[in-house]
Design a protein around this ligand. Structure first.
Ligand SMILES: [Zn+2]
Ligand SMILES: [Zn+2]
Length: 423
């Protein structure tokens, strides 16, 4: 077995930096190779069982050397006990992947594969400590061909597209990473919800109740923004993530509310967002306006949702008499109020008491039966209830402190501060 030994000794020298074999290990490797001789393995499958020993040559080449040194007969791939011809199909799989990718714009990709259970079982049976898996080899070898032919790099961490080859049926499934776009929106009309609101009877299928629209409202901020983005990215679907939301009858003015639009299975990835911004604003004219569109990362959604943005509101309120409204406003400035979940939202939010700071409040205009207030409050403050008191569930409230009944006529968000500012 001298030639065989020297084969591994040569390997040893070449890889002195990454591997160090003791004499005992070397004997072990030799013995394992001999044991495998009783299986009819193609060169690739034989070489793969020793893949970790040296890098820089293919499993097929390594297998050939081992076979020649052991004096074994060559086994054709199609006769191979382990792969049953699979190792002959690498080129074909690469072509399938390239064909599946042809309609998609992408910068990086990754190849994955599904292999027959029977092959995986056999692989376990003959596995040596130096082996790599057949899946890994297929992924790598197919990936190399695809990278070369399409001139795009594989990316193991965050590929734009994962191509999953089902080697049993010769089909390729694609997993296309979504595109995320950050921006701010202004809502200029009352009566539209922030997000799509499915019919509460049919949940989107369409029924008599919703006039076969499947939705409770004809339009939403989400749909007005997403329409043109879906077209530009040729995406299948979208999700809208807002930094909080305003009520349907509330305007969102000022610098606008931050949002992230998630576009699913996009065929295009490199869209000029300045141009898209123009198209959205043209399409949603008079209803919704977006600014500052930029590409974002998925992780930003969590941050956006949990970020505490203080908000500035303009509220028009009505009353029969103004009572001690001036004193009440002064008393609320800088004060922390406690709010039990309002009656109007109790059906969808947990019933609990929240403490919120009224960062600033002032009277902009005061008439006999009407006042306009500017209020800056911590994220999550219920403004309507801050005014009315919600039958004692919010305290103190403007009505309580002024000693008169009040009602909210109109409410607009006129500014959203930076997150975590002035807690
Ligand atoms: Zn094989
Ligand atoms: Zn319906």
């Amino acid at each position: 077995m001298a030639p065989f030994l020297s084969f591994f000794q040569i390997s040893l020298h070449k890889n002195l930096l990454s591997f160090f074999f003791t004499y005992v290990q070397l004997e072990d490797i030799k013995e394992k190779a001999k044991k495998l001789a009783k299986y009819k393995l193609c060169d690739a499958c034989l070489g793969r069982q020793f893949a970790k020993i040296e890098h820089g040559i293919s499993n097929r080449e390594r297998g050939k050397r081992i076979r020649e040194m052991l004096g074994l007969e060559k086994v054709d791939e199609s006769e191979c006990w382990l792969c049953d011809g699979l190792m002959n199909e690498i080129e074909k799989f690469a072509d399938l992947v390239i064909d599946a990718l042809k309609d998609y714009e992408f910068n990086t990709f990754l190849v994955g594969c599904k292999v027959d259970e029977e092959i995986l079982r056999k692989e376990k049976e003959i596995e040596t400590p130096y082996a790599e898996s057949i899946k890994r080899e297929i992924n790598r070898e197919v990936g190399k061909i695809v990278a070369k032919k399409l001139d795009k790099p594989a990316d193991f961490k965050e590929p734009d597209i994962v191509a999953l080859i089902n080697t049993l049926y010769d089909v390729v499934e694609l997993d296309v990473r979504p595109i995320y776009i950050y921006g701010r929106y202004r809502k200029l009309v009352r009566g539209i919800p922030q997000t799509k609101w499915y019919c509460r009877k049919c949940y989107g299928k369409g029924c008599e109740y919703c006039n076969y629209k499947g939705k409770m409202y004809e339009e939403s901020v989400e749909e007005l923004i997403a329409k043109k983005a879906l077209e530009a990215f040729e995406a299948e679907d979208e999700s809208f993530h807002g930094a909080g939301r305003e009520d349907i009858d509330v305007l969102m003015l000022g610098n606008g509310r931050p949002f992230i639009l998630e576009l699913k299975e996009p065929r295009k990835r490199n869209v000029d967002l300045k141009e898209l911004e123009k198209q959205i604003n043209e399409y949603a004219k008079g209803k919704v306006e977006v600014t500052g569109l930029r590409y974002a990362k998925k992780e930003e959604i969590e941050k956006l949702k949990s970020a505490e943005y203080p908000k500035i509101y303009r509220v028009v309120i009505k009353f029969r008499e103004k009572g001690k409204i001036n004193e009440a406003v002064n008393a609320l400035r800088g004060r922390i109020i406690s709010q039990r979940t309002p009656k109007r939202v109790a059906h969808r939010r947990a019933d609990k008491i929240r403490h919120k700071k009224i960062i600033d409040i002032k009277i902009e205009d005061l008439k006999m039966n009407e006042a306009t207030l500017i209020i800056k409050a911590e994220s999550g403050t219920y403004i309507k209830e801050l005014i009315t008191g919600d039958e004692g569930r919010t305290t103190p409230s403007l009505a309580e402190l002024a000693g008169v009944e009040m009602k909210v006529e109109k409410l607009d968000v006129i500014g959203i501060g930076d997150k975590d500012e002035e807690k």
